[in-house]
Design a protein around this ligand. Structure first.
Ligand code: C2G
Length: 132
């Protein structure tokens, strides 16, 4: 069984996220999503999530491509995750190209093209301008 892992915030879930998860699952048989906790988002990514970790986790668990959701609590946990979950392939959007090549000795590293024209930031901005 080929095991795939990906990482992200997945706030205000949209079709760009779904496209990523669908392609990630197609690379193997079992997909783990390491979901950024609220603390990690705030302290490390300076992102304030609209939905809490628990809600974002529930949403991801409802997606047919996702087999397991675990917390992402630090930038440094990836190597240990790959070991602990016997990961064959690490995958993430190409906005991160090169950033996780250090995992190559442990597993395949795949950067997938992002889905254009959609992002959580854009959704927030559009809603803000809609409501004035
Ligand atoms: N994504 C995409 N297309 C978009 C938007 C996002 O393919 N239009 C992908 C991103 O490239 C990422 C995943 O969807 O692979 C989740 O995106 P974010 O929630 O923005 O995750 P990010 O903040 O990039 O966190 O340790 C890695 C980080 O946790 C990644």
């Amino acid at each position: 069984m080929k095991r795939v892992i990906t990482y992200g915030t997945f706030d205000l879930l949209h079709y760009g996220h779904i496209n990523l998860l669908k392609r990630a699952k197609a690379l193997g048989d079992y997909l783990i999503v390491a979901l950024s906790t609220d603390e990690f988002n705030w302290n490390e990514k300076h992102k304030k999530c609209y939905f809490s970790y628990e809600i974002r986790k529930q949403l991801l668990e409802a997606i047919r491509y996702v087999d397991l959701v675990i917390p992402e609590q630090s930038w440094e946990q990836k190597s240990e995750d790959v070991r602990e979950y016997h990961i064959d392939t690490f995958v993430i959007g190409d906005d991160w190209t090169g950033k996780f090549d250090f995992l190559k000795p442990q597993c395949e590293v795949v950067y997938l093209p992002r889905t254009p024209e959609v992002s959580t930031t854009q959704i927030k901005d559009d809603l803000h301008s809609l409501n004035g």
